[in-house]
Write a protein that binds this ligand. Structure first.
Ligand code: NDP
Length: 294
């Protein structure tokens, strides 16, 4: 038997359709077009692609994108001055500073300087703390997307044995908080975890975010488990051509899992859709408008 493929592309397209309709509601009824500022410092090729994709998705949803492309030599003071300007701009509901930043800039300082109400990446310590305290918060986009994918195959996560592989601030930790909120029993693992395959085999729900191409093999997966693969790894295929693979060995895992996300076409498209949703929500809160019921 092979697993159900969790089609992130289709689920993200549906979500984006609902967001576009809600942006139209906000724009028509309240005369406000939600807007996001996307700040790119330097010319990292992967970051440039992400920023272009994000700007296109923002425009397609009927929102405003304010793009700032700054040279790699930008000083921390100049970037902080831009953040202060964007914090004060009523047309900007969300601020996203693409990471990584050049070495002369302290990323923590920049994240801290963003108004927490406009922190659509959900990285500001206020949002991190609110999420951990179970309070309403802007939550990082990739974990939000993962949860929506899980919910496309499970109506409830209560009591479910979940294992998260990876403990980054961007994925592993926030997804753990979301799973706890859903009443799953969560184990968080990392590079120092002993006998990782055995821990993974306990999971009814396995979420992997490590950045190691196809590390998770079929015999790490409990038969019938749901597997969410966050990894995006650029490798060279047997034919010598570049390709993208996840952190899970998909071809073999699909034979064991009950449901699994592909890479590409799983978590990736959901991240962008959730960025749009965060921007729309942030805009509604800032303007005192009833938020989207999405
Ligand atoms: P980080 O490098 O920030 O964190 C990686 C985590 O994985 C760390 O906690 C690390 O452990 C752990 N880890 C590394 N190697 C192993 C191992 N052999 N066994 C167990 N744990 C290990 O990565 P991110 O969380 O930012 O990203 C992870 C992956 O997800 C990457 O491929 C990235 O490209 C992708 N990604 C995809 C997104 C999407 O939209 N689809 C968005 C964000 C990321 P330790 O803490 O001990 O070092």
């Amino acid at each position: 038997m092979t697993a159900t493929i969790i089609d992130g592309k289709t689920i993200a397209a549906e979500l984006r359709g609902k967001i576009t309709a809600d942006v139209a509601r906000v724009t028509q009824a309240h005369g406000h077009v939600p807007g996001i500022a996307v700040v790119l410092v330097g010319e990292d090729p992967a970051s440039s692609v992400y920023v272009r994709t994000k700007a296109k998705a923002v425009a397609e949803a009927g929102m405003r994108a304010f793009d700032y492309k700054l040279p790699a030599t930008t000083s921390e003071a100049d970037l902080l001055a831009l953040i202060a300007k964007l914090n004060a701009d009523d047309n900007v509901n969300g601020i996203l500073v693409q990471l990584p930043l050049p070495p002369q800039i302290d990323a923590h300082k920049i994240i801290f300087a963003i108004d927490a109400a406009k922190d659509v990446d959900g990285f500001h310590p206020i949002n991190v703390g609110r999420l951990a305290s179970g309070l309403p918060a802007l939550v990082p986009c990739t974990p939000l997307g993962c949860l929506r994918l899980v919910k496309s195959v499970h109506s409830t996560l209560a009591g479910m044995e979940a294992v998260v592989v990876g403990r980054s601030n961007t994925v592993g930790k926030p997804v753990t908080q979301l799973l706890l909120k859903e009443n799953a029993t969560v184990t968080v693992t990392h590079s120092k975890t002993r006998d990782l395959p055995a821990v993974c085999r306990r999971a009814d729900l396995l979420i992997v975010a490590i950045g190691k191409p196809e590390l998770v093999r079929a015999d790490w997966i409990k038969p019938g488990a749901t597997v969410i693969d966050v990894g995006i790894n650029r490798v060279t295929g047997d034919d010598g051509k570049p390709r993208i693979v996840g952190d899970v060995a998909f071809e073999e895992a699909v034979q064991v899992a009950g449901a699994i996300t592909p890479v590409p076409g799983g978590v990736g498209p959901m991240t962008i859709a959730c960025l749009l949703l965060n921007t729309l929500r942030a805009g509604c809160v800032q303007k005192g408008i009833l938020g989207p019921k999405i």
